[in-house]
Design a protein around this ligand. Structure first.
Ligand code: CP
Length: 308
């Protein structure tokens, strides 16, 4: 099979295992391309993509833009600040006006969960969800799976613990769907107040003790505390959080095996992860960022109907 079962990338929930494997194998080819002296291919030369960022981003925004340029697509960038959204224009009107300029594909980050699904039902364009509130961040999960596969040779059968603010994390939800579809086991670890009640219904076990969780896993994905999405205090202080759930070198070196450490970024050094862990040989944080470009190239290439 060399085409996706979906017209949009709205969430990992909507992909099947074949879709995920097709994206990852296509990304492997694109990773080889972007490591050549000439990093550009003409695959999307006739396609125009609009990047709509209604919420802040460094990695995702730049990674999509670079992926589009590597594929020779035409690119326009939109951020809500400085736009007519500030004058009261709706999301659908904004996007339909952009599409009227003959844009073929929309990449959107939005603070509202479900914004990408909503848009896909209202406008006539391919939609890629670049993160919608605390819901899904599908390309992050795909690049995380790609990075685990690259580091460990497979995702199937591996044990991954996701640590931290699971309640407000779109990365956690997309990772859970993606890793399980690829045959991995997933546990979550964090303060009880930051673990959603429904999580066990997804087939995910909760391990409240960080050291036990780390002893169990092959890979630890350390998440940022999403203070911007927290309406109340979920734990007494960041200092207390980091004492109980922060990963430091002493804990890492005290484990009975060498685990792989991941983080989607942005990192709060000294809170969820210390600098000596983030910058250690066991960390693949910058590999994740590098792989993001190849994975996003694959997603756009396949959604544009190009054959892998
Ligand atoms: N990982 C991630 O989504 O980072 P940005 O918020 O900087 O895009």
């Amino acid at each position: 099979m060399s085409h996706l079962s979906v017209n949009h990338l709205l969430g990992i929930k909507y992909l099947n295992k074949n879709d995920i494997e097709l994206i990852l194998s296509t990304a492997k080819n694109f990773k080889e391309v972007i490591n050549r002296p000439i990093k550009k291919v003409p695959s999307l030369r006739d396609i125009t993509v609009a990047n709509l960022f209604f919420e802040n981003s460094t990695r995702t925004k730049l990674s999509f833009e670079l992926a589009q340029k590597r594929l020779s697509a035409d690119v326009i960038n939109f951020s809500a600040s400085g736009s007519s959204v500030k004058k009261g224009e709706t999301l659908v009107d904004t996007v339909n006006n952009i599409l009227a300029m003959k844009v073929d594909m929309i990449v959107m980050r939005h603070a509202s969960p479900g914004a990408a699904v909503f848009l896909s039902k209202k406008v006539n364009s391919r939609i890629i969800n670049a993160g919608d509130g605390a819901h899904e961040h599908p390309t992050q999960a795909l690049l995380d799976a790609f990075s685990i596969h690259e580091k460990l040779g497979t995702v199937k059968g591996k044990k991954i613990v996701i640590v931290g603010d699971i309640l407000h994390s779109r990365v956690a939800l997309s990772n859970i769907f993606c890793l399980q579809k690829l045959g991995a086991s997933v546990k979550v670890c964090g303060p009880t107040t930051l673990i959603p009640k429904y999580i066990t219904s997804l087939g995910v076990e909760v391990e409240p003790d960080l050291r036990k969780a780390l002893e169990w896993c092959d890979v630890a994905n350390m998440l940022r505390i999403q203070l911007e999405r927290q309406d109340i205090k979920y734990f007494p202080s960041l200092r207390e959080y980091s004492m109980l759930y922060g990963l430091n070198k002493e804990i890492l070196d005290g484990l009975s095996k060498k685990i792989v450490v991941m983080h989607p970024g942005p990192i709060n050094r000294g809170v969820e992860i210390t600098s000596d862990v983030a910058d250690s040989k066991q960390s693949i944080i910058l590999d994740q960022v590098e792989n993001g470009v190849a994975v996003r190239m694959a997603v756009m290439f396949l959604l544009a109907g190009r054959q892998a």
